[in-house]
Design a protein around this ligand. Structure first.
Ligand code: SAM
Length: 287
């Protein structure tokens, strides 16, 4: 039996358990049962988590696992699993590892061949995106944007160039500055923007409009509460059929063959060659 199979049969498991992002009722039955069943719950702040566990009548022992001790905590959790104990990992709110501690723990345990079970639930970027009205089929999650330097400007540019919905976290203190930095980039003012704040709480709010409008909102009113920011994709400026046909005839007037013209026009107008071929096909048949 290899090490991995051996671990699976004889050792404890790690459960990654999502907890509420504001509304205490956003706990799944499975999450509560898991927190009751495991031997230890690893959490960021034991006082914060004790309140949640008390609310659900969970008496399981807590151990700290936060940004400043995660490597050490990972080894402690490894020892517990090796001793046959089950451990749940939670964060202060939402899904662990999503801009919260836990990566080192999961990475280590997976590398050692232990079972890591996910117990899904609240996750602020996903909750925000789902209710934003922006396209959800493809999106990019950027976590917290860097506060300064080249990495920040590179990321802002990436948001500007994106063809899918961009989702990131921002603090109320920095929201206006970040929206203004995005506005300063070319063609950004009209991009769709949604800020989801205080999700699942009493004052949940979605501020939406163009980037210019949402920035104006935060100019008039200081940001407050926890927030997720989403920027809709820029419009792909596809050339019209007329523009393609005009470019084709001018290429052919210059003496290019039909196929060389199509290739050239597709490149110049940044459209697919098949779209150009579809437009010239009737002409090609006539020839
Ligand atoms: N792991 C968490 C999750 O799954 O939501 C995210 C943790 S991150 C340290 C905390 C940030 O998430 C906040 O600063 C805010 O940007 C966002 N956030 C958390 N709860 C939120 C809520 N109820 N409404 C809006 N944003 C929230």
């Amino acid at each position: 039996m290899d090490t991995q199979t051996k671990h699976k049969h004889q050792s404890g498991k790690l459960f990654i358990v999502a907890t509420p992002i504001g509304n205490l009722q956003d706990m799944t039955f499975r999450a509560v049962q898991t927190l009751k069943d495991v031997d230890v719950v690893a959490c960021e702040d034991t006082r914060t988590s004790r309140k949640l566990l008390d609310f659900y009548g969970v008496e399981t022992k807590l151990m700290p696992c936060h940004d400043h001790n995660e490597q050490y905590a990972a080894k402690q959790i490894l020892d517990l699993l090796e001793a046959g104990k089950d451990v749940a990992l939670i964060s202060d709110a939402g899904t662990p590892l999503i801009n919260d501690p836990g990566y080192h723990v999961v990475h280590l345990l997976r590398a050692k061949g232990f079972d890591v079970i996910t117990i899904p639930g609240a996750c602020s970027p996903i909750a925000a995106l789902a209710a934003s009205g922006l396209p959800t089929d493809i999106f990019t999650y950027l976590g917290f944007l860097p506060r300064k330097g080249k990495t920040r400007s590179v990321l802002l540019k990436r948001i500007a160039d994106a063809r899918d919905t961009q989702v990131f976290l921002e603090s109320p203190k920095r929201i206006l500055k970040t929206l203004q930095a995005l506005q300063a980039l070319e063609n950004m003012g009209n991009r769709p923007c949604v800020v989801g704040r205080e999700l699942t709480k009493i004052y949940e709010e979605f501020i939406h409009g163009t980037l210019d409008e949402v920035a104006a909102h935060f100019e008039a009113q200081q940001g407050r509460g926890e927030m997720v920011v989403m920027i809709g994709a820029g419009e792909a400026q596809e050339a019209s059929d007329t523009a393609i046909l005009e470019a084709l005839s001018s290429a052919q007037e210059k003496g290019l063959s039909a196929s060389a013209s199509a290739k050239q026009v597709a490149k110049d107008l940044d459209v697919s060659r098949s779209r150009v071929y579809d437009l010239i096909h009737p002409k090609a048949e006539e020839q």
